[in-house]
Design a protein around this ligand. Structure first.
Ligand SMILES: Cc1cc2nc3c(=O)[nH]c(=O)nc-3n(C[C@H](O)[C@H](O)[C@H](O)COP(=O)(O)O)c2cc1C
Length: 158
């Protein structure tokens, strides 16, 4: 019997712009690195992701923009739909977060972390805040974050 097969990282990323699409695609590509046994990892828009998706994954990587000093409304809608169905069943779920923000990003980070405190999920990497004018290196930073989390999932260390 093979242990730790089909371990899944679920990436839930808001992608309202070409730049944020690039970030999400980089995250998925990293999670599907051929060296990892995480070929089942998936990228969903927040509106596509359900409680069943959260219940069945081994870890989550969340991506949001900062809008009006808060997470994107689409991600908040995701949390509103999955919160109670997941609450009793996903305590300790490993997760990581990136925020793309025009100026700041801390409001979005805090808003996500407040809800996740309620859910009892566990941050396995520090939040990655990509603020200010767009830089291509943001793609590498998200790729590295995703690869780190996917490798941890793959190795079963979370
Ligand atoms: C309605 C709206 C509200 C926004 N509010 C904030 C904000 O409060 N703080 C901030 O840093 N950026 C804010 N932004 C900027 C977005 O975070 C930024 O457009 C998004 O991250 C996409 O970045 P991009 O230009 O690299 O595609 C806002 C953008 C929109 C459209």
């Amino acid at each position: 019997m093979t242990l730790a097969t089909h371990r899944k990282l679920l990436i839930v990323a808001h992608q309202p712009s070409p730049n944020t699409e690039l970030l999400a695609r980089a995250a998925l590509a990293a999670a599907k690195d051929p060296a990892l046994d995480s070929g089942c990892s998936r990228l969903l828009l927040p509106g596509q992701a359900s409680a069943a998706d959260v219940l069945s994954c081994d870890a989550l990587l969340l991506g949001t923009t900062e809008n009006f000093g808060y997470m994107a409304g689409a991600l908040k809608d995701f949390f509103e739909r999955i919160y109670y169905p997941c609450l009793e069943h996903t305590q300790g779920k490993p997760y990581a977060l990136w925020v793309r923000a025009g100026q700041d990003g801390l409001g979005a980070q805090a808003s996500v972390e407040r809800i996740i405190t309620g859910l009892g999920w566990r941050a396995v990497q520090p939040a990655l805040i990509l603020r200010g004018q767009w830089q291509d290196e943001y793609i590498d930073q998200v790729r590295e974050l995703s690869l780190t989390v996917a490798a941890g999932v793959d190795a079963g260390i979370y």
